[in-house]
Design a protein around this ligand. Structure first.
Ligand code: MG
Length: 379
């Protein structure tokens, strides 16, 4: 039974992280393009150049910050069981330090360089560098509700599956705390809560619409009872998501900006109006505007639900041409290992010598069971 659970967890990690990263990479070359422009020349495949002049397959801040969180969770995330004492206080500091490494040294990037960063995230990292407590770094004003914490929150779903929270309150408190590192306004916290409430269902639910609707209802019920914290007031911003007719809204009614409510709506609308990974992320990118993040947010859930095998192989095969590629190892495997997910028979791992596990999606996909030492050997 444990093996079945471990295999499922590993599949969901790979599907979710690769699904998010590929969605991100699809959107990078056309970030900020209008819907009208993309209707004339839609994205149908992974492209290079464009907005950021990057090689094909380059992921952006969405994936980099997701990998930061993935690595921090892999390092450990103890909790004592007492309310508000559930997280190793070092966890937040270590995560912020990883954000700093990303900004200052290009760690967790595709090619060793950072080319996009949101204002709220940049300000939060600056506050941390100036000595602010990690949990007080995130902006709390209404204008701080970009999608910067929503786009990096997915790894918590994997942690929760392995170490279930002791209560629903703990589930949401942890999510809110991790959002607060960069985005501490309640609207951003709710977006992360809604998103992970759905992701939680994707471990077992076989009907995507059910997974989404049940997840939204669960979170809505929770926030609806949190009057003392002011969540009820904020919940109204997500009203459309709770309407039964949301999925049937026309594309014209769906905004795809960097505002966290728009991004979550657009991503879920794409999931609800497609039936496979590829169509979902392409629809997300072709909505225009914040293309990479809408596709990353949609792609993370789509990758979890449809699985890695549903991601087109040619997209996973994208290799990076930059010489500065070995900046960081994608972390899905180390995360599995840190959660004590036993490796399947390592002898069965296969690889081709010209592919590098430190920089290639192909390697990452091809050596799913490897442990860090094994990857070093391969390299
Ligand atoms: Mg981005």
């Amino acid at each position: 039974m444990e093996d079945v659970e471990n295999t499922k967890l590993k599949d969901k990690i790979r599907g979710g992280i690769l699904g998010l990263a590929i969605g991100d990479a699809l959107g990078v070359p056309v970030e900020f393009q209008s819907r009208k422009s993309l209707r004339r020349n839609p994205i149908t495949d992974i492209r290079g150049n464009g907005t950021w002049k990057q090689p094909p397959g380059t992921w952006s801040d969405d994936t980099s910050l997701t990998l930061c969180l993935l690595d921090s969770l892999a390092d450990g995330f103890r909790h004592s069981g007492r309310h508000n004492r559930f997280i190793d206080s070092n966890f937040f500091e270590k995560t912020m330090k990883r954000f700093v490494l990303w900004v200052e040294e290009g760690k967790y990037t595709a090619h060793g360089e950072i080319f996009d960063i949101g204002n709220a995230t940049r300000n939060a990292i600056k506050r941390f560098q100036n000595g602010t407590d990690p949990l007080k770094c995130g902006g709390t004003s209404e204008i701080d509700n970009g999608n910067g914490s929503l786009m990096r929150i997915l790894p918590l779903a994997f942690y929760f599956h392995k170490e279930p929270p002791q209560s629903q309150r703990e589930f949401f408190d942890i999510i809110h705390a991790v959002s607060s590192l960069t985005h501490a306004h309640k609207r951003s916290k709710i977006a992360c809560g809604l998103y992970l409430s759905i992701a939680k269902n994707l471990f077992d639910e076989t009907d995507l619409h059910n997974a989404i609707n049940t997840g939204l209802e669960t979170a809505k019920d929770y926030y609806g009872n949190e009057k003392e914290k002011g969540y009820v007031k904020e919940l109204k911003h997500y009203k459309r998501l709770f309407d039964t007719g949301f999925a049937k809204l026309s594309e014209e009614k769906i905004k795809s900006t960097g505002y966290v409510v728009d991004t979550l709506e657009a991503a879920l609308w794409c999931l609800l109006n497609t039936d496979n990974y590829k169509d979902c992320v392409l629809k997300a990118v072709n909505l225009g505007e914040d293309t990479d993040t809408v596709a990353a947010v949609a792609g993370g859930l789509a990758g979890m639900f449809y699985g890695v095998d549903a991601i087109p192989a040619e997209w996973l095969d994208q290799r990076f041409t930059s010489s500065k590629t070995h900046t960081h190892t994608p972390s899905a495997q180390s995360f599995s290992q840190a959660l004590s997910v036993p490796n399947a028979n390592p002898q069965s791992v296969h690889y081709t010598s010209h592919h590098c596990s430190y920089c290639s999606f192909y390697r990452w996909r091809c050596v799913p069971e490897s442990v860090p030492e094994y990857r070093r050997d391969l390299h």
